[in-house]
Design a protein around this ligand. Sequence first.
Ligand code: SF4
Length: 368
Amino acid sequence: MANELPDMTLKPIGVVRSKIAQPPQPDEGKVISEIVVDSSLTEALDGVEGFSHIVVLYWMHQAPAGKVPTKVHPMGKQEFPLVGLFVTRSPQRPNPIGVSTVRLLQRRGNILVVQGLDAFDGTPVIDIKPYIPEYDSVAEAKVPQWLTKACGISQKLQDIYHRLMDCYGPQHWWPAEEPFEMIVGAILTQSAAWVNVEKAITNLKAAKALSPEALRRLPLPEVAALIHPCGYYNAKALKLKSLAHWLGERYGDNLDKLLANNIDDLRQQLFSIHGIGQETADSIILYGANKPVFVIDAYTRRIIDRIGLAPETNSYTAYQTLFMHGLPTDSELFKEYHALLVCLAKNVCRSRPLCQQCCLNNICPSHR
Ligand code: SF4
């Protein structure tokens, strides 16, 4: 077969100049990039100004090297069915050619300013074509059910995020001066209002007890007294002392070393500490280690259920999978999104929701 086909040589016609220098960002659809076309081809762009959109073909030069799989999980997500490579947009393919339909904002000589190009800075461009709705848009295109569902959920999750961000603005979580304080806060906030956690942390700081070494040294009743404001103080004091002992024995109090573990290892190790469950472990992984896992809490479940996105099972993992698969893998996005959901639940989507005041009320089926 190979002998019957001609040799092929591709030559870049230009290069992408973009602020995207790494994997997709939350607002990548809004990213404005430039395509700098080789100056010898400037004339070939004449007339492009008459089109609102163009189709850009580019060489995904940062695609993973190595053997190309013939079957993949779409978007690298295990929950999607294993399908043939050519029914996915996986970047790992025999010829790593990417294609994007983008909005053309401006032409300046040999430079096209475009919006929505999901190619990294420095990506070689191999062709540009006009987008012609009569040819390029198919009214009755069919896609598999798994894709319809995934796209619908993803769009809705992103819509919710943008509405919440517009309404409440960045929350800048987690409010802690350093990682150990963050971890202590994650334990103390279990079944407690944050305002009371702040009082407990202030007490620990005033007593110079906010360190693993100090927590090991202090008797349990003294730790309990210091954290009294946040409730369940005896149980939480025991958890803090367990954490402090574990951290000393396993890591010599070197928190950086603990947090450098990969997500799965870190989660398993945190589970082995008395009093650390899924939500607390994931809070530490996201806000302490700055690694992308989505934190699920009771507020998140409540909002997701009311907004009509409840997963088929009621497990922590099912809710987490919903977000992890529906959003770009981005720890900053996950941090803000979780904080915004908490903000909505506390202010508006309470046990008795205040739907009239809610920024999601025109997309929420539970609106009343
Ligand atoms: S509209 Fe009502 S039920 Fe829906 S998210 Fe807002 S407050 Fe909650």
